[in-house]
Design a protein around this ligand. Structure first.
Ligand code: SDX
Length: 434
């Protein structure tokens, strides 16, 4: 972050106070106006529900150019990474700042493999849940509970413990997600296999059984790897901001990631991939698309076109394009050529992108629009879609958590407000209350 002499001058006409707010520049993107002295010097707060114009931190991990539809992780474009790296290489990059060389990659893969088992007591923790619990409810509970099993990596002031906790979370999320699915199916838990890659291991944990040999499909493993890359990190989205805010109080890493899972679950955020499939099933056929487009445009109707729109992207989400391509590859590999939901999704996309309402508001398909169709084709139940998003996003969350804790500007997050409640008043005796 560079600060030259540039500034913004604010004049408060209500009290004549004036302040020069320094402008900071980053590597790319809009400059930021430093308002840290605004309240002390001007007696006013800013007001920005949803933080549409507010930078909460500085970060070197991810950069999005919403107008151009560009997504970079540590300077590398998402399509470059998706094409030329596997998920653990991208995880290493996001966590440590550089792509690994061959030796670093081999060691990281080995370290992650050797942290992928869960304390056996965690398997008993699952048994407290109903079998039909929503997987995200289980994931929130199990991840938050990890602090009770891995207390030796909860000292946030110890860089070594922070990195152990980071490795544990990245390594154990496939096992936790796989066990969550197995528990819902009434099937026995499978154990991670160190001979597999990260994504092969995840497919093993999801679909293998003790009854017969299971070899993960190379094409589906590669597709899963690419999908995990596309979901790994995304600047200060709602769940990442939740992780940072929880971490700013000094909460342990497992509690912070559990908070991120809770936030991601919302249908406006990571829950959208599940909501897209529900929506496509509800639309049912191409001839009903106009009816749902009209509902999405109706201000009196809470219905929104799930998988469309984004706070930052006002162009195609670059991840959606790669996801669409992967969707065709997976369906071809599985010999699914007449997937009605894919045809419905593509027709919905075509019609929406010709409609003035969506064009004028720059509402394009986002990362969630096609992912559900791929997951469904791979045999993953709709209720598990957001859990897969959480699995992938864990590396982004934990990298941002580490970055926050090592930022000298960091302090506990405590926003202010505009109070619009009752003016001061006295308690009336019970018999006199209206
Ligand atoms: C993710 O932040 C991230 O980076 C998130 C994410 C990540 O990787 O972490 O990218 C993952 O969460 C992707 C988004 C998944 N959510 C959905 O697909 C749900 C459907 N999308 C909408 O809920 C909405 O687009 C949001 C929540 C994604 C963005 O909402 P904003 O930025 O607050 O936009 P807005 O509500 O101010 O909308 C602007 C206008 C409004 O109309 P007007 O008031 O101007 O008339 O666009 C309309 C909205 O009504 N609008 C939609 C719409 N999205 C916005 N209208 C119909 N359908 C939609 N999907």
């Amino acid at each position: 972050m560079t600060t030259n002499s540039e500034s913004v001058t604010l004049i408060n006409n209500s009290n004549g106070k004036q302040i020069d707010l320094p402008l900071h520049s980053g590597t790319m993107g809009p400059k930021v106006m430093d308002i840290r002295k605004l309240y002390s010097d001007m007696d006013v707060f800013t007001y920005d529900p949803g933080y549409t114009s507010t930078g909460s931190c500085k970060s070197a991990i991810t950069y999005i150019d919403g107008d151009e539809g560009v997504l970079l992780h540590r300077g590398y474009a998402i399509d470059d990474l998706a094409e030329n790296c596997n998920f653990l290489e991208v995880a290493y990059l996001i966590l440590k700042g550089e792509l690994p060389n061959a030796a670093e990659k081999a060691k990281f893969e080995s370290d992650i493999s050797h942290h992928s088992m869960l304390n056996e007591q965690v398997s008993f923790f699952y048994r407290g849940f109903r079998r039909d619990s929503h997987p995200m409810a289980v994931m929130c509970g199990v991840v938050g509970a990890l602090a009770a099993f891995y207390h030796d990596s909860t000292d946030i002031n110890d860089p070594h413990q922070r990195m152990i906790a980071s490795y544990r979370l990245i390594a154990k999320m496939p096992t936790i997600t796989g066990w969550t699915y197995k528990y819902s199916q009434g099937q026995p838990f499978m154990y991670p296999q160190n001979r597999y890659s990260y994504s092969e291991n995840f497919l093993h944990l999801m679909f293998a059984t003790p009854c017969e040999a299971f070899e993960p499909s190379p094409v589906l493993s590669r597709a899963m790897d690419r999908i995990l890359i596309l979901h790994a990190d995304h600047e200060q989205n709602a769940s990442t901001s939740t992780v940072r805010l929880a971490g700013s109080s000094g909460a342990n890493p497992f509690a912070c990631i559990a908070a991120g899972i809770a936030s991601l679950w919302g249908p406006a955020h990571g829950g959208a991939n599940e909501a897209v499939l529900t929506m496509l099933h509800e639309i049912g056929s191409v001839d009903r698309i106009p009816e749902f487009i009209a509902k999405a445009k109706d201000k009196d109707d809470p219905f929104r076109l799930m998988g469309f729109g984004h706070r930052v992207y006002k162009n195609y989400d670059p991840r959606a394009k790669i996801m669409q391509r992967t969707c065709h590859e997976v369906l071809d590999e599985l010999g699914v050529h007449d997937e009605p939901l894919l045809k419905l999704a593509m027709e919905l996309e075509r019609i929406a992108l010709e409609d003035e309402y969506f064009v004028s508001r720059k509402l394009f398909p986002n990362v969630d629009f096609y992912s559900g169709i791929i997951f469904r084709a791979m045999g993953i139940p709709t209720s598990m879609f957001t859990s897969l998003f959480a699995l992938a996003r864990t590396v982004g969350w934990i990298a941002q958590w580490n970055e926050m804790l090592t930022d000298p500007d960091q302090k506990i997050g405590r926003p202010r407000q505009l109070y619009v409640g009752a003016a001061p008043r006295k308690v009336q005796p019970l018999e006199q209350r209206g």
